[in-house]
Design a protein around this ligand. Sequence first.
Ligand code: GDP
Ligand code: MG
Length: 302
Amino acid sequence: MTTLETPDQPITRSGYVAIIGRPNVGKSTLLNRLVKAKVSITSGKPQTTRHRILGLQEAHGTQFAFIDTPGYQTKQTGALNKVLNRTVRQVLPDADVIVLVCETHQWTKGDDELLTLLPTNKPVVLALNKVDEHKNLAVQMQMAAAVSAKFAFSEVMPISGEKGQGVDALMQTLAKYLPEGGRLYEADQLSDRGDKFLAAEVIREKLFRLTGDELPYTSTVVIEDYVEEGRLKKIRATILVQRDAHKAMILGAEGAKIKRIASESRVDLEKMFDCKVYLEVWIKVKSGWADSEASLRAYGYE
Ligand code: GDP
Ligand code: MG
């Protein structure tokens, strides 16, 4: 993993910033921008983020511990969504400040639902995201006013997690709300997840990005073998799906799709780990893996 630059300012504040919001508003993209590295996977599909992901960064004399969360689901039910929503709720009590991310051009019922989860005894900053795509200032102001009437946000800030607009201003604002104190984590630490977890996540990202809509909900990635030999990592991964038909979709014609998933994953992993990666990806049908909380726990969903 890459290490962070040595900070030029002593650390006098530190704390946890929870990033929450409905699916697809850009939480994980924002986290990666905030920590200047890829620690959380992103795609245009809901349920991409399935775990609580910690990303660390130091700036403005502050060590930020950002926590990315799964998108809060209001429509879908089922064991996986139950577990994902619980992850969101569990993060809130530990946070010193909360960033609620929404899209600047539309406020939905799902956003309203999130307001009911927010604590009233800690600062909540509303980030109006994707201003690069939806540039109309009048719409942004209208949105800020309308939403401010619904909840007493500490601040409302327009940002673009993808392009970086307003992100440093957001950090500067968040720093004010974090308690005084020294580092909570090592200075050069980037995340609390190991390389094996990251490897599985990167493969899942490619799977999400390269397949149609019905697949993501029914698939996950398990690392079967992870061996380091000097400057080479040998990784064997399995994509678990619920049905034979799903397996065929991931394989693609003459195995073209799985090859692409594997090769795009390998390129990303070599960049992230700064070493050579030998990657094998297999597909296994295992019906019901996501149907019960017990089997979800077995696959690493807390
Ligand atoms: P999450 O589900 O909230 O974590 O959202 P992701 O970070 O996975 O992003 C969802 C989709 O929104 C992806 O297709 C991103 O490329 C896109 N996106 C995220 N942030 C921005 C942004 O600032 N501007 C634009 N135009 N798109 C964004
Ligand atoms: Mg996400």
